[in-house]
Every structure is written in structure tokens, then in C-alpha cells.
Design a protein. Structure first.
Length: 455
């Protein structure tokens, strides 16, 4: 017995079982959320490489599995990252429980989660690109509609195939060439491959076209799930690369590229987002700005920088769940034609303002902390972050007033049987914004796990 095969095997069984459930989405959401939550607990607490007594039988669960000469490992170096991945899926599953999503949403979402988990477990790490491509194929299934000419799944598949080839090529140069800071030409080629792969994986412009189209072509719960999981994978890839390969940390060009790239994407997302005439496209550009902030703080290449990046990613996942719920409920209620409830507007507002970094919401602590410490000595970076918060927050408020102007002032009429998960989501958003220390243990576990990597 070994931990990776247990985790992946149970994930596959969970995905298949969700396909067999023929009842309403609520039941699928409950089964999916409970299943993913139990696997989250398994990843965090189940003892590996230790003898345990199970029903009177002594057994030992190995932390590694060898497949075709490559190993899958589930140990203290990646437990916290994989646990966060499964916890994110549980959060997004429960948020879609009372929304109109297709039957495949929960099953394919489960498989996507397992594929990215396998990518985080594979050693050597750069071969994770193969498992990420499997997850991307799951994303294609979520975005694709039979009989429709929607182009977002085709674009997603095309750009990610190129990205995964680039990462595999980088892995080949590292394995064969033994790249170090001294091998300048080979190191430069490797960084180009890795940089291209990370930019595509995060969905940054110009490779965010699939996301822009998906916001108009697919259900909010579907494109937010795909974007959230791939961006979580992108951050963990980036942190693992920077930790594992010393030549990346030793090269000032890496720091410079992360810093300038982060500032460019912050400005780009914040300014272009102002001029959008469709709310989905504004949200896509707000996500771009948030990713730019994440790259900017990562450029510090120290423990504090990584911790701020982890908080920013956690906040983005929380915001995406709020946005998908609010948008779907507003569309279902016909917001442009009649009065709607206050809760959908509140969920959407909280999600957009969290992406913007508005005070007291989940996106604010990372920005405020970075301004005071990580970016404290850099006036241009600090100004960029502050201006981005102001521009995106004002644009978010403008969208809320537009929606209210179309539908009239909202009426508070919650259905408590259906609304309790969404109220918990709002509480979580406020909790992270006011007491970000709730994430501290997880952050430290991720950092400690990364420190266990070679390099």
C-alpha cells in the first residue's frame, strides 16, 4: 500500500460515483464536497512511512509509488499544497450546489483535482507537465458545449499543449545539461521555457484569451473552477521551481523579470478592466491584475514573499467562488428585467472587491502586508499596488451601481435552506480579510515543505 495510489484511486472512484448519481445537483454537490473534504483530511493527517494498527492489523503505508521509472511522492514536502488543492475543490463544489451546472461538472472537477495532485507528487517535478495536460483536458470538457461553436476549450487546449512541451523541454535541459548559474546560455534557454510555461499555466495575457471567451460562452461556475485550479497549480509550480533550482534564485534576471512582469500585469489588468462593457471580461482583467500582484511579491524570493503569494492565491479562490455564485444567481433571476435578491449582488460585490484588494475583504491583507514590508522600499511597486486597488475597487462599485440601475434596488429575501453555504462563503471572505492569521499554519507548512526540496 502507498499513499499516492490510495489518494488517486479514491479520487477516481469518487469521480465515477458522481456520474452515477442521477438526482439533483444538490446531492452531487454534497457527495462531491464530502468526498473531497475527506481526501483533504487524508492528505493532511494520514501517517505515511509509519507502522499503524488498523482493525488489529499492523500495516505501513509507503509515501512513494514508482511508475515507469518516475516516482509519485506524498510526504511532508507537498502535503500542504495538495491539501489546499483538494480544499479549494471542496469550496468550489459546495458553492455550485444550488447553481445550474451540468452533471459532468463535479465528476470532471474531481478528476482535474486528482490530475493536478499527481502533478505535484511526481518526481522529477518537471515531468508534472504530463499530468497537468490531463487536467487541461478535463478543463476542455468543462468548457465545451455540444452543438455549440464556443472557442474557449480549443484555445485552452492549444496554448497549454505548447506550454507543457516547453516545460518538458526545460526538464530535458536540466536533466541532460545539468544547468547551473555558470552555464549561461543553457540557463537562459531553460528560463525561457519555464517562463513561457508558467505564464500560460497562470493564464496571463496574451494567453488569457481562452478565459476572456469562456466568461461569455460558459457558465460562471465552470470557467471559475478551471481558472482557479490551473492558477493554483501555476503558483505551486513557480514556488517549487524557485525552491528546487538554485540557479533561478541566484540570477538577478529572475527577480527583475518577476518584478517587472508583475507590475506590467497589474497596470494592464487594472487599466484595461476599466473600459470593459461586459462584467465577465472585467472580472477576467481583475484576475490578471491579481496574478500580477502575486508575481510582484514572489520577486522578493524569500519566505515572506512566498507567504504573501499564498495568501493572495487563497483569496483569489475565495473570490472566484463568490463571483461564480453571484453571477449565476443574477443571470437566473433575470437581473436586467426585474428586481433580484440582495444576496447575489452581495456575493458578486464581495468577490469583485476581494480581487481588487478592497479593505476588510480577503484580497486586502496580502496587499497591505506587501506594501508595508515586502515592497516597502520600492516606491514604484508600492504605487502600482495602491493605484490598482483604487482603480479596480472603483470599477467594481461602478458595476454594482449599473446592475442596481438595471434591476432596481435589491430585495432581501433569502431562502435559508439554499443560502447557508453562501453566507459561510461571505464569512470566510471577511475572516481572511480581518484575521489573515487563520491561514498562518497552512502557509508555514507549505514553506517548510518547500524547504525540504533539494536545491
Amino acid at each position: 500500500m502507498n499513499a499516492p495510489i490510495i489518494l488517486l484511486g479514491l479520487s477516481f472512484l469518487g469521480s465515477v460515483s458522481l456520474l452515477l448519481v442521477r438526482e439533483k445537483n444538490v446531492l452531487r454537490a454534497v457527495i462531491g464536497t464530502v468526498s473531497v473534504s475527506l481526501l483533504t483530511c487524508f492528505v493532511i493527517w494520514f501517517p505515511v512511512d509509519e507502522a499503524i494498527d488498523l482493525l488489529g492489523i499492523s500495516m505501513k503505508v509507503s509515501s512513494s509509488l514508482v511508475v515507469f521509472g518516475r516516482s509519485l511522492k506524498l510526504d511532508d514536502s507537498n502535503r500542504s499544497m495538495i491539501a489546499f488543492l483538494y480544499a479549494s475543490s471542496a469550496y468550489l463544489f459546495i458553492s455550485a450546489g444550488w447553481l445550474h451546472v451540468r452533471k459532468r461538472y463535479f465528476s470532471v472537477g474531481f478528476l482535474m483535482t486528482a490530475s493536478i495532485a499527481a502533478a505535484l507528487m511526481v518526481d522529477p517535478f518537471l515531468y508534472a507537465a504530463i499530468f497537468v495536460e490531463i487536467a487541461v483536458l478535463g478543463g476542455v470538457l468543462l468548457l465545451e458545449y455540444q452543438g455549440s461553436r464556443n472557442s474557449s476549450p480549443k484555445i485552452l487546449e492549444s496554448v497549454y499543449v505548447l506550454a507543457m512541451i516547453a516545460i518538458l523541454m526545460a526538464g530535458w535541459t536540466l536533466d541532460v545539461g545539468g544547468v547551473t548559474a555558470g552555464s549561461i546560455e543553457l540557463a537562459f534557454i531553460t528560463k525561457l521555457f519555464l517562463g513561457f510555461g508558467i505564464v500560460v499555466l497562470l493564464g496571463l495575457p496574451p494567453f488569457s484569451v481562452w478565459l476572456l471567451k469562456a466568461t461569455q460562452e460558459t457558465e460562471p461556475a465552470e470557467w471559475t473552477f478551471v481558472a482557479s485550479l490551473l492558477q493554483v497549480a501555476g503558483l505551486f509550480f513557480l514556488l517549487t521551481f524557485l525552491t528546487h533550482y538554485g540557479f533561478l534564485r541566484d540570477d538577478p534576471l529572475t527577480t527583475y523579470a518577476l518584478k517587472i512582469g508583475g507590475m506590467v500585469f497589474l497596470w494592464f489588468g487594472s487599466i484595461i478592466g476599466i473600459f470593459q462593457t461586459k462584467i465577465g471580461r472585467f472580472i477576467a482583467y481583475a484576475i490578471t491584475a491579481d496574478l500580477g500582484f502575486m508575481l510582484l511579491v514572489v520577486s522578493g524570493l524569500d519566505e515572506d514573499a512566498f507567504m504573501y503569494a499564498l495568501v493572495a492565491t487563497s483569496s483569489r479562490v475565495v473570490a472566484m467562488g463568490l463571483i461564480s455564485t453571484g453571477l449565476t444567481q443574477l443571470e437566473d433571476s433575470g437581473v436586467e428585467h426585474s428586481n433580484t435578491g440582495a444576496l447575489p449582488l452581495l456575493l458578486l460585490a464581495a468577490g469583485m472587491l476581494s480581487l481588487s484588494g478592497f479593505p476588510l475583504l480577503s484580497g486586502f491583507p496580502a496587499r497591505w502586508g506587501a506594501i508595508h514590508s515586502n515592497l516597502g522600499g520600492d516606491a514604484s511597486a508600492t504605487t502600482t499596488v495602491f493605484v490598482s486597488i483604487v482603480l479596480l475597487s472603483l470599477t467594481s462599485f461602478r458595476w454594482m451601481f449599473r446592475l442596481i440601475d438595471r434591476a432596481g434596488w435589491p430585495v432581501f429575501r433569502p431562502d435559508w435552506k439554499k443560502s447557508w453555504p453562501y453566507l459561510l462563503m461571505l464569512i470566510l471572505c471577511l475572516m481572511i480579510g480581518i484575521i489573515p492569521q487563520v491561514l498562518l499554519v497552512w502557509q508555514l507548512d507549505v514553506i517548510n515543505g518547500l524547504n525540504m526540496l533539494p536545491g
